[in-house]
Design a protein around this ligand. Structure first.
Ligand code: NCD
Length: 292
């Protein structure tokens, strides 16, 4: 918790003026290994490293790496970790980041492992909440959409559960509810939470509404995806029931779950959140590499 607090304080300092870190990672190399599509996570990590004066190498799709020839992840990691100072990896398999960390000579950052976790998105989300709401104690957060496959939800819910007096609402169709290991972790920590399938029922109680995309690529059955994909669409009409100071977050990419008319609502914070992600990752890289 203290580490998180220090990280967000550093992030906010960087956001005001990053010049004190401009050359701090000169000579350091970041390898970004993306076995799955990404826009914000990869580019914000690379932008962060470049802004710190470091350099980047890597691949954005596995077809251009030796994974396409059948190389194991362990072998790829052993080799790449001898070329760089830090690995940032996204992989479709749950647990891939843990395995990579066991074979790597350098620190490994999990940039998403299948439908499991996405911890640096959580740093982005928490950092944005702290910046816009001022803190976490006593807040009420609603997660809406695909809470089963949405890895950002898993990481953020667990992290929020560590703060004092937090209330979580999980809003999803029954088929897309939070996995039992997340519910169990929350129960273990005595976190107050409830599940519902009706956004309208709880939207008026929220400080943060965290919308998510239905994760098409993780469904085994396309028909099931088509049946569930439009379960929740946030419209200006629904926003009328929300508090004036509620914020809407979304890890992005958005498909249709937030109507574009909401983008101009002052409560829409998802683009600010994406920008914040780069500053958080600057703070994270500088901290991991001890560059300041
Ligand atoms: C998320 C992801 O990859 O899990 N995107 C992101 O990193 N901002 C969310 C998503 O793909 O829906």
């Amino acid at each position: 918790m203290e580490e998180l607090d220090d990280l967000f304080t550093l992030t906010e300092k960087i956001e005001r003026d990053a010049s004190f870190l401009r050359e701090s990672c000169r000579g350091k190399l970041l390898a970004s290994l993306f076995f799955e599509p990404s826009t914000r996570t990869r580019l914000s990590f690379e932008a962060a490293m470049l802004r710190l004066g470091g350099s980047c190498l890597g691949f954005a799709e596995p077809s251009s790496s030796s994974a396409a020839k059948g190389e194991s992840l362990a072998d790829t990691i052993r080799v790449v970790s001898s070329y760089c100072d830090l690995i940032v990896m996204r992989n479709p398999k749950e647990g891939a980041a843990l395995l990579a960390a066991q074979y790597s000579l350098v620190p490994v950052v999990n940039a998403g492992d299948g439908g499991h976790h996405h911890p640096t998105q959580t740093l982005t989300d928490l950092g944005t909440i702290r910046r816009l709401i001022g803190g976490f104690d006593g807040i009420t957060v609603g997660f809406c959409g695909d809470l089963k496959f949405g890895r950002t939800v898993h990481s953020l819910a667990e992290a929020l559960g560590r703060y004092r007096d937090v209330t979580l609402f999980f809003i999803s169709p029954r088929e897309l509810g939070v996995p039992s290991y997340i519910a169990a972790a929350l129960k273990n920590n005595n976190v107050r939470y409830a599940e519902t399938d009706r956004l309208e029922k709880v939207i008026g109680e929220l400080d943060v509404l965290y919308m998510t995309r239905v994760q098409r690529e993780r469904f085994l059955n396309e028909e099931e995806y088509l049946r569930l994909k439009d379960s929740y669409i946030l419209t200006a009409e629904k926003m009328k029931q929300a508090r004036k100071r509620m914020i809407v977050l979304h890890p992005l990419p958005r498909v249709n779950e937030i109507d574009v008319e909401i983008d101009s609502d002052p409560r829409a914070a998802y683009f600010k959140q994406a920008e914040h992600g780069m500053y958080v990752r600057m703070a994270l890289i500088a901290s991991i590499l001890g560059c300041f």
